[in-house]
Design a protein around this ligand. Structure first.
Ligand code: 3AM
Length: 188
């Protein structure tokens, strides 16, 4: 694509205390046993909208749209338990799930979606499933036992902003660069 500024996505960054709590829970229960390509804690986030390769004009329009959008109030979400896409018995993506706050996240994702459309992106047709990716598994594996071993934690954390990330794919794994952060509960 001419003038591309990179592979972008909008997500919710995880607060440091929640990141540490989840890392500790995994260390206590399944240390060293996560299969596949494991996402390191600094990469943990909840994706709201993947945009793919974006050109400069649309990146700038998106920055404007997100800056001007009413993204709604801050809210709490609870990370709880692990799950897998498409299913635990044949997992390609292992994730931590969201309990309280999943509806608020859906609303937030729809507000972000609105801003994306305003910026000229095609509508996202796929349904939104809030999750925090922990590992990508090729070929898929049965993670039923592992999910059970981690069960029973609840990590409450505040969602107070959304971030436009640039994804750098490399041989050492993905690195996510923060391009801009947009606070919730603030109307410009
Ligand atoms: O961390 P998660 O899995 O929620 O899976 C990718 C990651 O989300 C997703 O965008 C986030 C940052 O890379 N992603 C990557 N390629 C994608 C694509 N072609 C994609 N989502 C949808 N379509």
């Amino acid at each position: 694509m001419v003038g591309t500024v990179g592979r972008l996505f909008v997500g919710v960054d995880l607060a440091a205390d929640a990141r540490h709590a989840l890392a500790a829970r995994l260390a206590d229960t399944v240390e060293g046993r996560l299969p596949g390509k494991v996402a390191p804690p600094p990469n943990w986030h909840v994706t709201l909208r993947f945009l793919g390769d974006v050109d400069q004009v649309r990146r700038d329009r998106l920055l404007m749209a997100l800056a001007g959008a009413d993204l709604g109030p801050t809210f709490d979400m609870t990370l709880t338990n692990l799950g897998a896409f498409p299913k635990a018995a044949k997992a390609a993506v292992l994730w931590a799930g969201v309990a309280d706050g999943s509806v608020a996240l859906e609303v937030l994702a729809s507000r972000v979606e609105e801003a994306c459309r305003e910026a000229g992106f095609d509508p996202e047709e796929r349904p939104f499933h809030p999750h925090l990716t922990l590992s990508r598994i090729r070929p898929p594996q049965d993670v039923t036992g592992l999910i059970r071993d981690v069960e029973g934690f609840r990590i409450r954390t505040r969602v107070d902003g959304v971030t436009l990330f640039k994804s750098h794919l490399g041989r050492g794994g993905a690195r996510y660069e923060v391009l801009e952060r947009f606070e919730l509960g603030v109307r410009s």
